[in-house]
Design a binder for this molecule. Structure first.
Ligand SMILES: C[S@@+](CC[C@H](N)C(=O)[O-])C[C@H]1O[C@@H](n2cnc3c(N)ncnc32)[C@H](O)[C@@H]1O
Length: 335
């Protein structure tokens, strides 16, 4: 999935965007996504009156809201009629699924709230939840409480990780392996792509229960139920045996004891595969991973070289690392 980075915006729009304006403009675009403005205008030209009747925006702000989106190059306007620009049709409709629109905009609103507390976080050194007096909640608790969110999140990642999965299938040679354990495998996007590339493979997605349900739907839609199954489990408790490849893809920091467990569960000549957006040597990239550290990120805090060292410490041999797509690194080790 291609994301709308600022370099896609027309020059005259970029020229208006100093850093402070960008912060407010981003929040406005996130709100447009929350209200699904672009989806409601897809292939349509609608008057402000008509838009007012389908969007829940007070007349006091409606025209300002729509005109700001015109100013950003996301809508066009003639008299009082509005429609999506080509940029919008490409990035907000064609490139993203409805799950992305819903989930990402929900997370976007929450992230803005968290960033409002940045000063307190920076000064106190506390976690943003402590500063905001929120109870720490794990993934598992959140998804059990709200299975709809688990579904949106899982489908969102299924679309979002397509290119990462293609890159993995292109760079990971699994001709000599038979069974893959995809730990925290989410939608199964990585396993699905690997099984399509290597039809002799079988894979199991180890996941929490609400995510397993969505993964099963996707595996079924892809016609791969004979090759891929789901296992309800908790990676922090145990890992099953019987696999010659154990993968950890985009699950944040993989702790030493989990890697040691993986080492002990693999047969001789088995393989561990790590795929994530590890930090650069100077820890100055990827920028969004760094920014998320202030608001409760689950992105890894290790550099790719530190993960190589971790694999060595846990006993793995023949360790290889490769930058496979944009900021995404693949690191493999053998038992
Ligand atoms: C960012 S997603 C990545 C999903 C998938 N690997 C991918 O590349 O698209 C992280 C996944 O880890 C799962 N997860 C988090 N904690 C877990 C745990 N303790 N046991 C099993 N799965 C867990 C989450 O449910 C989520 O689906």
């Amino acid at each position: 999935m291609e994301r709308l980075t600022l370099d896609y915006l027309p020059r005259e729009v970029l020229a208006k965007l100093d850093l402070e304006t960008t912060f407010m403009a981003s929040r406005l675009v996130i709100e447009a996504e929350r209200l699904q403005v672009f989806r409601k205008l897809q292939n349509k030209k609608l008057s402000a009156d008509k838009i007012e009747s389908i969007l829940n925006i007070h007349p006091r702000y409606l025209i300002f809201f729509l005109n700001a989106l015109v100013s950003l190059g996301l809508l066009h306007k003639k008299d009082d009629v509005y429609w999506n620009s080509h940029l919008t049709e490409k990035f907000f409709i064609q490139e993203r699924s409805i799950y992305w629109t819903r989930q990402f905009s929900t997370e976007g609103v929450e992230n803005f709230r968290r960033f409002a507390n940045l000063e307190k976080v920076l000064v106190s050194g506390k976690d943003y939840r402590e500063v905001m007096k929120q109870e720490p909640q794990s993934y598992i608790e959140e998804f059990h409480k709200d299975p709809k969110q688990a579904e949106d999140f899982t489908y969102m990642l299924y679309y979002y990780h397509q290119q990462d999965a293609q890159a993995l299938a292109q760079h990971l040679d699994l001709r000599d392996f038979r069974k893959v354990l995809d730990v925290g495998g989410g939608s199964g996007v990585m396993s699905i792509t690997l099984v399509k590339q290597y039809p002799h493979l079988c894979a199991s997605i180890l996941e929490i229960e609400p995510v397993c349900k969505t993964a099963q739907q996707i595996i079924h839609q892809q016609g791969l139920t004979k090759h891929i199954n789901t296992i309800v489990g908790n990676m922090n408790e145990d890992l099953p045996i019987g696999y010659d490849v154990i993968m950890f893809c985009d699950i944040g920091s993989v702790e030493e004891n989990l890697l040691k467990k993986a080492y002990n569960r693999l047969p001789r000549n088995g393989m561990v595969v790590l795929v994530d957006r590890y930090l650069s040597e100077e820890r100055t990239d990827p920028l969004d991973s760094i920014l998320h550290q202030f608001i409760g990120s689950s992105f890894p805090i290790e550099t790719h070289e530190e993960m190589v060292d971790q694999l060595h410490i846990c006993g793995f041999k023949n360790i290889l690392k490769k930058n496979i797509y944009k900021d995404v690194w693949m690191i493999t080790g053998r038992t």
